[in-house]
Design a protein around this ligand. Structure first.
Ligand code: GLU
Length: 474
């Protein structure tokens, strides 16, 4: 039987052998969304059975990343290694009921078998040499593994939600090991037992696991357990269409947060849109995603990463974000750029500047870059291109503007009137005055609008920066 009528239970089952990369995060998101969409449950299982490769920092990075993305799981996370005795119990149960058998073949024997298969150009697989043999033929106390007695007749079809019907001939599947000779379970056994015990109804994961699904079904059927619904999701590819790899700068999601200044809601939206779509909707926030997500809508061809798209989506969420939250998020980036921690006063100013900074930034780094002029210490260090703007006519216009501003009331209207007046008197456009002013006030050639700069810096700081400049010019 396939599927269940009861509530949906999904899971994310990462192996903590590396950081949470975007492929894993997207798998987690799909599972989370399907559970939230259906009102079911989403569980987290850390597959730490590979003791040599599993690490505590990787476990922490996964949990931290999931929390950051807001992919909350129901109940406590399950650690697979802790359940090893339960896995073994199932292997022995299968043995007792004749669905599995002990195999005493030694490593050398198996190596010889494979060498022969290679020589005869046959597929490398266990030849079932202990399948029908009496275990009493084995030497007393000899080590053994437990293998599944796989069906050899007919074929197995998986009705995959993403891949459609996929069929494999049973003769292609050999009698895989369930329990190693040291009594530890194989990955294949552990996954099936855990999914069953956790009541998983939907297994949504990377399509690199599709082949495993056929083997896992062998165990499920031998145990007479409910079969889950499978959805094998194509892996994410890079912009060049090749599978995402380190070469593409494939990063852990903490790099998106800490190095690229991406907001979690933007990363979720972006990941959702890689390989899944709903008409031409691009901006899909969490509530909307929960409302419309459907596993069957996942495409069969691999989605590609798209940096531009990520930037657009992130820019959208930055503009939509609450000012206080953005201030808290941007502050460390600003501190890094100006090389000192922000004071309480700085934070207030940063917060006050948000409505001016927000529309201009596609990530928190840009937001922070846009804010640095506020916190520079006088006299400002000047970019060469800024210096160039304050030469020749620029210098004269700057002098005129400085003197006009020194007696101006510090309101948007008054400042605009004064600067426009200087431009008109000189017979030039407003931009001609704004450019050297910007250069003198920020040390840069780009900044928010000049009146915003003047207002945010305030009268004293603005006039001080201008007079620093006048002093240098004279
Ligand atoms: N632990 C496996 C992995 O990280 C996933 C297993 C599964 O989803 O069934 O690739």
């Amino acid at each position: 039987m396939t599927g269940s009528a009861g509530p949906v239970v999904t899971r994310f089952a990462p192996s903590p052998t590396g950081f949470l990369h975007i492929g894993g995060a997207r798998t987690a998101l799909f599972n989370w969304l399907w559970a939230r969409h259906t009102g079911g449950k989403f569980l987290l299982r850390i597959e730490d059975t590979d003791r040599a490769r599993s690490t505590q920092p990787a476990i922490e990075a996964i949990i931290d990343g999931m929390r950051w993305l807001g992919l909350d799981w129901d109940g406590d996370e399950v650690y697979q290694f802790a359940r090893a005795s339960r896995h073994a119990e199932v292997a022995f149960d299968l043995l007792e009921r004749g669905h599995a058998y002990k195999c005493f073949a030694t490593a050398e024997e198996l190596e010889e078998m494979r060498a022969q298969q290679r020589a005869n150009k046959l597929p490398l697989r266990y030849d079932g040499r202990w399948r029908n043999r009496d275990p009493r033929e084995a030497p007393e106390g000899a080590p053994f593994v437990i293998r599944l007695k796989a069906g050899v007749e007919g074929e197995t079809t998986i009705r995959d939600l993403v891949q459609g019907d996929v069929t494999v001939r049973n003769s292609e599947l050999d009698d895989m090991v369930l329990l190693r000779s040291d009594g530890t379970p194989t990955y294949m056994l552990a996954v099936v037992v855990d999914d069953h015990d956790m009541g998983i109804t939907h297994v949504i994961r990377g399509d690199d696991h599709l082949n495993n699904a056929f083997r896992q079904l062998g165990i499920i059927r031998a145990m007479g357990w409910q079969e889950p619904v499978y959805g094998h999701v194509p892996l994410i590819h890079g912009p060049d269409g090749a599978k995402l790899s380190k070469r593409h700068g494939a990063l852990g999601i903490e790099a998106y947060r800490d190095k690229m200044g991406i907001l979690p809601e933007a990363l979720n939206n972006y990941l959702l849109r890689i390989g899944w779509g709903h008409g031409d909707e691009e901006l899909i926030d969490r509530d909307r995603a929960i409302e419309i997500f459907d596993v069957a809508g996942i495409g069969r061809s691999p989605g590609r990463t798209d940096q531009k798209k990520l930037e657009n989506i992130n820019g959208h969420y930055i503009r939509a974000a609450d000012d206080q939250r953005l201030t808290d998020l941007a502050a460390p980036f600003v501190a890094q750029k100006i090389g000192r921690p922000l004071t309480a006063e700085d934070i207030v100013l940063l917060h006050r500047s948000m409505n001016v900074l927000k529309p201009r930034a596609k990530d928190l780094l840009e937001l922070a870059e846009g804010a640095t002029f506020l916190f520079r210490t006088r006299p400002l260090d000047m970019e060469d291109r800024a210096l160039a703007l304050m030469e020749g006519q620029g210098e004269q216009l700057l002098a005129a503007a400085t003197s006009a501003l020194s007696s101006a009331p510090w309101t948007n209207e008054a400042l605009e009137e004064v600067v426009r007046g200087v431009a008109e008197a000189a017979g030039v456009g407003l931009g001609k005055v704004a450019q050297p002013l910007r250069a003198a006030l920020t040390g840069r050639t780009t900044s928010p609008g000049i009146f915003d700069v003047l207002l945010l810096l305030g009268r004293d700081e603005s006039l001080a920066r201008l007079s620093d400049r006048m002093a240098t010019a004279n």
